[in-house]
Design a protein around this ligand. Structure first.
Ligand code: PAF
Length: 275
């Protein structure tokens, strides 16, 4: 396995035309990323994992500074997962001059996290478009934990006729249900014990759907009641949205995501379930 920092070198290494799978990441890899890498390894001849903490998707400078950077450990995990190339460019390699061009995916980007993190999905869509142009993969793998990100990227690829298959991979959870996330490492021991309430709240609403409840307002109430059992959790949003457009629905009539963001101390957690 080689860690590559130059776009020109990576393009040269990938010139052979084999089926390439790309797993875009910001590093601080965990078992959730391991699932993405494992699926890419099983399906593609060549696997590229990108590790790039993308400054343009952070709307708060301290959040960008605080984001864990663990390239040595990440490269080790990638090697164990059978990755061929880790693409770990410097910020100057990806953005040698202030970018004048960006990708805005209207509507899908606007609710949920988009409402609270202005510019975030423009940063995500733009860097993913750049990575897809650099690597030119046949498939690119994204976790369902970031359901809105996945929806934004799928729509970008469709709208811009990008020649890549976007592969969703199920969320990997800890034994108590907490979705794996690079941000979990910021939780104190007490917060870590409180965090699984988020998943329990989403599951309460999903269970009600399975039992026949269709009204979004009722489902939301059920989830909020569970969330309120843990006063340390501060709600940012909890919505029932259409799985494609990410727009709130009044009733569950087609596939939806029940999605929420909460704060625990200084850490923001997001999660979602589908039904
Ligand atoms: O999900 C992430 O880690 C990032 O948003 C991504 C897709 C690598 C873009 O920077």
């Amino acid at each position: 396995m080689e860690v590559v920092t130059s776009i020109v070198r990576l393009r040269g290494l990938l010139a052979g035309g084999e089926r390439v799978g790309l797993v875009p990441t910001m590093g601080a890899l965990h078992a959730g990323h391991g699932a993405l890498l494992g699926q890419a390894r099983a399906e593609c001849a060549t696997v590229v994992a990108s590790v790039f903490v993308n400054p343009t998707q952070f709307n708060q400078a301290d959040d960008f500074e605080r984001y864990p950077r663990t390239l040595t450990a990440d490269a080790r995990l990638c090697e164990q997962a059978g990755v061929d190339f880790v693409f770990a460019p410097a910020v100057e390699e990806m953005y040698p001059e202030p970018g004048l061009t960006g990708v805005d995916v209207a509507c899908v980007s606007e609710g949920l996290c988009g409402q609270y993190r202005p510019g975030h999905f423009r940063g995500v869509a733009t860097v993913v478009a750049k990575l897809l142009n650099i690597v030119r993969p046949h498939r690119a793998y994204f976790g369902e934990k970031d359901a809105q990100q996945l929806a934004v990227i799928r729509r970008m690829v469709r709208d811009l006729n990008m020649d890549v298959e976007i592969v969703p991979v199920a969320t990997v959870r800890e034994a108590d249900g907490l979705a794996m996330s690079s941000r979990n490492r910021h939780l104190s021991a007490a917060e870590r014990a409180q965090a699984p309430t988020l998943y329990r709240a989403l599951c309460a609403a999903r269970r009600a759907v399975e039992q026949g409840e269709r009204e979004a307002a009722t489902l939301r109430r059920l989830a909020l009641a569970e969330l309120e059992t843990e006063p340390a959790l501060r709600l940012e949003y909890l919505e029932i949205v259409d799985a494609g457009s990410m727009q709130p629905v009044a009733a569950v009539e087609a596939p939806v995501r029940i999605a929420a963001a909460v704060w625990l101390g200084a850490t923001r957690l997001i999660d979602n379930v589908g039904c």
